[in-house]
Ligand binder design. Structure first.
Ligand code: C2E
Ligand code: MG
Ligand code: MG
Length: 667
């Protein structure tokens, strides 16, 4: 007892300490007679919580209003260290307080009033009414608050720890570890210390488990809550931590680690000899979404997406986040029917849009499936094979599913090798340009073409742009290749001019990297000049992902417009950009992405979207080109809504330049 006394803070310190408690109104009172109390000090919160009769008075009866003191004095007399609810009328308003009395020293008590129904209340309530002792310290470790359980379980005779430093209370052998923990906690994480012990003066003689949480006030960390727990609860918490380690932080579904562990369990389960399926999916064009809307919106989309798909889980089906935008369903007892059912359910679930900031976003996934044991047993092999199947889905137009097949492998040559070949493609004359006509829907005439790149490699044969353009972009080769296309297209224009063919416009696809290169407009200007091509015969197709930086985009587009070339936005509707750019930037043409056109007749919503795009574009004076027209019914629809041009297999596939010349220019 004597030892404890030495550590009790002196009166002068109380004033300082009670000011540090940002949550509660605190007033310290000293008993001076049977019913008389003197006000020792109080913190700034008190006058903001309560109307006081005379702030300067030392006598409690004159300090508080009569009505208030009537209620408070009862509680103070009884020295109740249990929360009491009080309704106190202050400024014509009745406020509800939770009040308790904390004994400080000899005849001094602290009356702690917490206003209920304020926004931090649930959080404080949690600490105050916690069954374990909770000590709250400031950033230096000084105890600014102790909850009811701390008073009753840690101390004798309702003593107080307020004002003392937590570091001086712990047994020395735990101090180093605790300091580390404390420092980490005030950086914002919660930690657990499996074993800790107070010096003898406190009642807990057994080592306990100490858990720390940052204390927040107005969004800032102002200190640490220390939860003193029974050592056995560490085990329970520990299990909870174990689960936390298997959960994906962003989405709350299982993570990659969980997948690995649970797959091992599956393999060890002797009763499990039925087929299992790995259904791997990735969000189409997620990178574009992230680029144009920013990472935090991207995260929000991932969260909503996983919540929606998680609904499809059942006892034989688990859902995991594998990588940023890659997710896996593991199906056990997987019959073909069940696999198809799940895959279709995934695609169906994404037909509804996701709402972010009041705006609707549609996303689709591509799905690759591998089967165990047929495709292998070990997880890595199965995922690699599912990934190959998935890649082949992307190749063939996205948004559907495929099973892995042995021959899928043949279309996946090593990317590094492909890049090495692509580096020499121009030199070896392996690149060529195909042209696809754009049909004027009003009068069935053709006055423009899109130039599409083709690569015929001696090792790989014809490689699809969907496969080699990303490699060219990632390696930077796209700049050189892009320059080559600009030059080629202008060269053709010059040749046709010389041959006396009628003038037509040619659109060139420009990758974001090339578009953003500082001399892009100058390059176009130089090519036009070199071959003496009128600028209106050249069109620059950019995608929404080229336009992420407003100032940069605006200045490049303005330069292009000054040259007199046309500018179109390719794959419109898939890039998640804000529509406001249409008004802001000097753009001439919108190319509606083929995914909308493909579903025109199947889906009312697509119809509505296309109608809206066309009418909005017309209002802004833009021309509209529909891509991917394959059926007459699509043409009917587009004509009805005054879409100016159409491009697609219905009219012509992209064809070699000589074929186009023979077909459209040489009579
Ligand atoms: P894109 O610019 O949107 O080109 C349209 C794609 O749709 C072309 O695929 C074209 O062959 C295909 N297509 C045209 N009509 C139809 C149809 O009726 N049905 C279907 N299903 N498809 C149709 P391609 O040539 O494989 O090119 C794919 C993408 O590769 C292009 O999409 C473009 O983004 C990129 N690309 C092609 N050439 C170049 C290029 O020279 N430079 C750059 N940077 N990208 C290019
Ligand atoms: Mg294009
Ligand atoms: Mg396109």
């Amino acid at each position: 007892m004597k030892k404890y006394k030495e550590n009790v803070a002196q009166f002068a310190d109380y004033h300082q300490i009670i000011q540090l408690n940002p949550f509660d109104a605190v007033v310290c009172l000293r008993k001076v007679g049977t019913k008389a109390f003197e006000v020792v000090n109080f913190n700034d919160k008190l006058p903001s919580f309560l109307t006081l009769q005379d702030v300067k008075a030392t006598n409690a009866e004159q300090f508080f209003t009569e009505q208030c003191w009537l209620q408070l004095s009862n509680i103070v007399q009884q020295q109740l260290n249990l929360e009491q609810r009080l309704e106190i009328c202050t400024e014509h308003k009745v406020k509800t307080f939770a009040v308790r009395v904390q004994h400080l020293e000899n005849s001094v008590v602290a009356v702690i009033l917490r206003e209920l129904q304020n926004e931090v209340e649930p959080y404080l309530q949690f600490v105050e009414q916690h069954v374990c002792p909770v000590l709250t310290t400031d950033l230096q470790g000084r105890i600014i608050h102790q909850n009811v359980a701390a008073t009753s379980q840690l101390l004798k005779e309702q003593q107080s720890l307020i004002g003392q430093n937590i570091f001086s209370l712990l047994e020395s052998k735990y101090i180093d570890e605790f300091k580390l923990l404390f420092a980490k906690t005030i950086e914002g994480s919660a930690f657990g210390m499996p074993e800790c012990l107070f010096k003898q003066r406190l009642l807990s003689k057994e080592p306990f488990y100490l858990r720390t949480h940052p204390t927040y006030f107005n969004g800032e960390i102002i200190g640490v809550h220390l939860f003193v727990k029974d050592a056995t609860s560490f085990m329970n918490d520990h299990q909870a931590f174990y689960y936390l380690a298997l959960m994906d932080e962003l989405t709350g579904i299982w993570n990659r680690k969980a997948l690995k562990e649970q797959w091992l369990q599956h393999l060890n389960d002797k009763k499990q000899n039925k087929q299992a399926a790995i259904i791997l999916m990735d969000i189409d064009r997620f990178k574009k979404f992230n680029e144009s809307l920013g990472e935090s919106k991207g995260d929000e989309l991932i969260r909503m997406f996983s919540q929606r798909l998680r609904e499809l889980c059942h006892s034989k089906c688990s859902f995991y986040r594998y990588n940023s935008d890659e997710f896996i369903f593991v199906l056990k007892d997987a019959t073909v029917d069940k696999i198809e059912q799940t895959s279709n359910a995934i695609l169906d679930a994404l037909k509804q849009p996701f709402m972010i900031d009041g705006q609707e976003y549609f996303i689709s996934v591509s799905i690759g499936i591998s089967l165990s044991p047929a495709d292998g047993k070990d997880l890595e092999t199965l995922i690699r094979k599912a990934d190959k199947a998935l890649f082949s889905v992307k190749e063939h137009g996205r948004s559907h599913y495929r099973y892995y097949r042995e021959d899928t492998t043949t279309i996946f040559p090593n990317e590094a090798l492909m890049e090495a070949h692509l580096r020499r493609a121009i030199e070896f004359n392996e690149l060529s340009i195909h042209l696809q006509p754009q049909m004027d829907l009003a009068n069935n005439s053709i006055n423009s073409f899109e130039a599409l790149l083709r690569w015929n490699n001696r090792k790989f044969g014809f490689v699809s742009p969907a496969q080699f353009i990303p490699i060219a972009e990632a390696s930077g080769l796209i700049i050189e290749i892009g320059d080559w296309i600009i030059d080629e297209v202008c060269r053709y224009q010059k040749e046709w001019q010389m041959n006396g063919y009628r003038p037509v416009r040619i659109a060139i696809n420009i990758s974001p990297k090339q578009f953003r290169k500082e001399n892009f407009a100058r390059k176009i200007k130089a090519a036009l000049k070199k071959y003496n091509v009128p600028p209106e015969l050249l069109e620059v197709e950019i995608t929404e992902s080229s336009m992420t930086n407003v100032h940069e985009t605006f200045s490049i587009l303005t330069e292009l417009k000054q040259l007199g070339v046309y500018v179109s936005v390719d794959d419109f509707g898939t890039g998640y950009s804000s529509l406001s750019y249409l008004k802001r930037y000097p753009i001439d043409i919108i190319k509606i992405d083929q995914s909308f056109i493909a579903d025109i007749t199947k889906d009312d919503k697509n119809e509505a979207i296309i109608k809206a795009i066309i009418s909005m574009s017309h209002n802004l004076g833009l021309e509209v080109v529909a891509e991917g027209i394959e059926e007459l019914s699509q043409v009917d629809f587009l004509k009805r809504h005054q879409c100016q041009k159409g491009q697609g297999y219905l009219y012509n596939k992209p064809l070699p330049v000589e074929t186009i010349v023979n077909k459209y220019f040489v009579s």
